[in-house]
Ligand binder design. Sequence first.
Ligand SMILES: Cc1cc2nc3c(=O)[nH]c(=O)nc-3n(C[C@H](O)[C@H](O)[C@H](O)COP(=O)(O)OP(=O)(O)OC[C@H]3O[C@@H](n4cnc5c(N)ncnc54)[C@H](O)[C@@H]3O)c2cc1C
Length: 441
Amino acid sequence: MGRDHSEYDHARAVWNGLIDRHPEVMVRCADIADVIACVEAARTHRPPVSIRGGGHQVAGSAVCDDGLVIDLSELRDVVVDPVARTARVQGGARWADVDAATQAFGLATPGGEVSETGVAGLTLGGGLGLMQRTHGLSCDNLISMTVVTADGQVRRASADENADLFWALRGAGRGLGVVTEFTFALHPLGPDVAAAAFVYAPEEAGAVFRAWRRLAVEAPTTIAPQFALWALPPFPGLPDEIVGVPIAIAIGTYIGDAADAAPVLEPFGALGEPILDLSGTSTWVEAQSQFDFALPDGGRYYWKSHFMDDLDDEAIDLIVGHAARRPDPNSAVFVRTLGGAVDRIGSDDTAFAHRGARFNVSVDAIWRDPALDDDSIAWARGLWNALEPGSRGMYLNFAGLDEEEGAGVSGLTLGANEARVREVRRRYDPEGVFGSAAARP
Ligand SMILES: Cc1cc2nc3c(=O)[nH]c(=O)nc-3n(C[C@H](O)[C@H](O)[C@H](O)COP(=O)(O)OP(=O)(O)OC[C@H]3O[C@@H](n4cnc5c(N)ncnc54)[C@H](O)[C@@H]3O)c2cc1C
């Protein structure tokens, strides 16, 4: 599909409405042969190349200017083997596809928290989610991948085949090839899960945040506590007085039998005086799409995060104070807790380098009015910069915009694994076919 195609503008749009790139050609691949043909063409003609999975990367790296987009968004099949407890997932699938297919057998694999996010980009950058402290990151649950590399060959990447490629794809998976299929390990879960979600008034945010920090540090690995300073858009069931109002919210989803959840979840409601209790039991599929309504396609977004070992009182005060000055209340600071199963794997066992960090602090500018572009981006950068002294590095998957050019292979995202990733990239793409566009976040 070229510039004169009637669907051109629709096809080049990604989740982030801030992105406005004009590729020369977009190829919606129908099968692996189409992917090979794209890679062959890229090798011959050497255009800028980008790969599109779910199109959710905040920096919009699924599309490139004046180049070739290898679009996998129609390759969404998921095949579950309930006996082996594995799922084979095509390279353009969304998490909604995976959760629907695996839950039919009472199984799940760690995925993202918004159902329309692509499996590919999320997994290749690591993959944070509700199951991470119990069963690890998304990339930790990979058994193998099928990859079309820059020479047009189809390779299997696993612990036994092309192990160097398998290592690099788990956390630094940009510019290494086109993954056409992922095989994940599955775990029993659901259909029902219990979650705590307690809303606190913004005046209580500092005290609740401090209490939440203690809870997060002591929490069992059956939950991955979350804390957000946010404002929610309208949603059925959300009381009018909460809509669009700055709030603090403490969240925990119990990864296990919902009947056992109460003792683990109750403390989330005792961090202060909650103004609303949104806790309850839902299906796993519903839990995995609970934030879809708040992060719609076409909104304007700029996210940037830090992995941090600790959140001292000074950092908490900084976050709370800065959050109170956000240009649009829908912007958020979202804190996730790591540890547990994430740390059962060594920092150099996969390319994902941030094992051992306790928190991920994501500064998520979210707005709709283009007039707020500059202020919203400046707000997010301001807090991100202020927190940098306590940072262990940033998350490849929550990268902002073009200032992160090259962040796909930088020390900021890859830490001590950077040199080894560069070496693997040179081995599998010596001519740089996937080039700088693919290397962006
Ligand atoms: C609403 C929302 C919620 C999110 N929630 C989470 C979350 O809970 N946890 C988390 O960890 N992250 C989360 N993220 C971040 C997410 O992991 C990244 O944005 C990720 O890049 C999305 O993957 P995608 O396939 O949709 O992206 P795309 O934009 O399609 O791709 C991003 C990059 O990945 C590479 N890529 C994509 N497909 C392939 C492929 N098949 N083969 C090889 N390379 C490929 C390309 O380099 C591409 O530029 C969220 C993002 C959004 C927008």
